[in-house]
Design a protein around this ligand. Sequence first.
Ligand code: NZQ
Ligand code: ZN
Length: 387
Amino acid sequence: MLGNFTYHNPTKLYFGKGALQNLKEELPRYGKNVLLVYGGGSIRKNGIYDEVTAILHACGKNVAEDAGVMPNPTTEKLYEGTMLARRHSADLILAVGGGSVCDYAKALSVSVHCTEDPWKKYYLDGEEPTCEIVPVGCVLTMVGTGSEMNGGAVLTNPAQKLKIGHVFGSEVMPRFSILDPTYTYTVPKRQMVAGIYDAFNHIMEQYFSGTDDNVSDELSEALMKSLVKNSYAALADPTDYEARSNIMWAATWALNTLIAAGKTTDWEVHMLGQAVGAYTDATHGMTLSAVSLAYYRYILPYGVKKFRRFAVEVWHAADEGTDEEVAEAGLRAMEKWMRDLGLSMDLGSLGVKEEMLEGIADATLVMDGGYKVLGRGDILAILKSSL
Ligand code: NZQ
Ligand code: ZN
């Protein structure tokens, strides 16, 4: 049964080849001062920077640049960007990049006019913004996080060894996002597969919770099947437009609040992955793949019916035998797919050492929506078998 919910997603999406031209329509809605935010330089190499800045200048914008947003953006970078955005009196923050750049832009949007320390207020204390919020627009170049159509903004504090996400409300979600699948052709294979697994795992996090059978289950199964099918096509040919566009669109729906509507959700794999990320700065999707099988095998006995359904519906496992047998067949099929993609399958390959495990366990937030609420011993056991 679906629980009660309010659904409102204000992000306007422009999707497809040449979608950037729509930026011309959006820009006049905002003031003159634009802060252009981007990462370590991929957009300069592949020409997206030139296309975006040409439109900004043609629209008469006064542009300042905040470059060098790193994968897993840090508090230090946020403080630096906040000063820059204040000096520029930014009317619009335009993020051009992947989830890191888009998340960072959202964190910036609630920090520019904030008189308190944003890390403490939003991340440690989990408070909501009380200040003016600078609008954010996004040109997406890397697929996976869903950041282009949600309120999530994940930040890392390396000194405190903490990586925390805050899911802000609709006023912080991008006002518009531009999704051109051809922009993802230059994403390195390792990043591409990490993004695909990130999107897949977002769906798992929402699917493996609760016992109710509702429309979200069918939507989730369709999205997962589409990701698996198209991942093989994109691996074979990174410029396969059909595959890249299907992956891009599925990843957006994987985490734009739709499939979570009216149901409980898990998110424990993400909590484990974020703690690993805080200790290693590893690629987000790889931190998830490295802990996933150990986690799902650990909780399988507590949600075996749903794992059986997952095996049959998503992985086409034969619906014969005990729940445990069918469920395990599904996880084996998932493991094969993960290995075919070339995902990181253990924490050791991400630089995790045995002596880090206690600290990672302490940095792992415990969620209560999954099939088992983990204790510290459970977390350590999962981390050890992922090593
Ligand atoms: O920095 P540049 O040079 O641009 O290179 C980036 C970066 O090195 C490169 N890249 C992006 N587009 C490219 C490209 N290279 C060539 N061609 C292109 N078109 O890819 C690398 C990774 O980019 P990044 O933005 O870090 O990846 P992703 O999109 O996976 O974002 C990861 C961040 O998002 C957070 C993660 O925790 C992590 O900090 N997440 C955000 C979520 C949300 N908002 O809801 C949910 C997720 O679960 C996730 O936690
Ligand atoms: Zn994720």
